[in-house]
Write a protein that binds this ligand. Sequence first.
Ligand code: ATP
Ligand code: MG
Length: 457
Amino acid sequence: FESRFNIPHITDVFEDAVPMPSTFCLRMRSPTEEFADGYPSDEKWHGYINNNDRVLLKVIHYSSPTSAGAECIDPDCTWVEQWVHRAGPREKIYFKPEEVKAAIVTCGGLCPGLNDVIRQIVITLEIYGVKKIVGIPFGYRGFSDKELNEMLLSRKVVQNIHLSGGSLLGVSRGGPTISELVDSMEERGINMLFVLGGNGTHAGANAIHQECRKRRLKVAVVGVPKTIDNDILLMDKTFGFDTAVEEAQRAINSAYIEAHSAYHGIGVVKLMGRSSGYIAMHASLASGQIDICLIPEVPFHLHGPHGVLRHLKYLLETKGSAVVCVAEGAGQNFLQRTNATDASGNIVLGDIGVHIQQETKKYFKEIGIPADVKYIDPTYMIRACRANASDGILCTVLGQNAVHGAFAGYSGITVGICNTHYVYLPIPEVISYPRVVDPNSRMWHRCLTSTGQPDFV
Ligand code: ATP
Ligand code: MG
């Protein structure tokens, strides 16, 4: 089966392959094997992934060829299958470990699990036999800022970093041009670059990959998608998302208790989601305490007979209290547009949470009904959390596969979990636009069933 996605490989440009050292054991040794009593398993080998191994991304059966649209190449076909490259260690590697200088960089905002990924990349590089591993401080900026020194990384340095949130290396937005950045990589002798970040960071990583190819540098650039919003295409989920939903529930629960304990209490919780409402939708579904969930994908009115405020009045009359969950990118049409951008060029959003709080207070004052409105913005508390167990596992596997991908000679790729399997994808495929909640999807309908909210248009 042909993969729909051709991922760039080093042999496209460079011919040489290095045979895998025979001593290399794929199985990660656990400390208990070496230090504690136990019986070593007979199985010393877990095998390699073949470059032609494919994972089925999706099968769609369309009711007619016309509904298949552009996805269907064959006009008579109503089936579409998409296959992607399976991630994992390869028998042939394209870098000699002793010649590798690997660098890790984390860009954009914080997300639970960054340290878990850094840690696993370092550990896996060491297992391959790489001696030179460095961290670039504070995102892409660390490549150009002369005040910032590379951080030497080893298993010893990273051993416990996953026990706290944030990024060991620091993060930033903005930074040098791609050309300056690749100059700096050349000066430093970096030939493997692991880039942890969101869509902006991945656009940068792909540009770095292209620039390295242009200069005929034998460099592998591998991304690990970091987006708490879960807005990367094709992937089941990205790391940090599960943790964010779990933490968001705590904020929702506090808002619920506050609202429930007050006379005519209304809690407003703002959650992450610049263009995608996944966190708000999932946290609403998980908590069961949300009466109104507002996301960027679904337009709504605040005022008027079908507006959010009228529904809040109904909720106070019937239930006595209410909790609203709003994604940060929702309802931007109600806010004063500023053309302000951050250092990376992202538009600075207005605060919809504060706006809803103020409008709610004003509305209830005007109609002469007492209402006790409380606003909770837990976004920075959530971003700084350490990863939960399920994200910890995801980060570990992504970190390992990022290193396997680089050694396998791939560049300009990113790692992810698709249809429950771990895969490599070419960067442009996953960042061409943000993944958003489909307002016609069953999942959004389930969310509406759970909140009981009407249409607000
Ligand atoms: P987050 O999800 O936290 O927003 P992000 O990776 O999208 O993560 P950005 O601040 O948008 O975060 O970008 C991170 C880095 O990538 C910045 O240093 C920025 O300069 C760089 N970058 C953003 N967009 C591009 C682009 N199109 N080409 C090259 N570099 C880019
Ligand atoms: Mg971004």
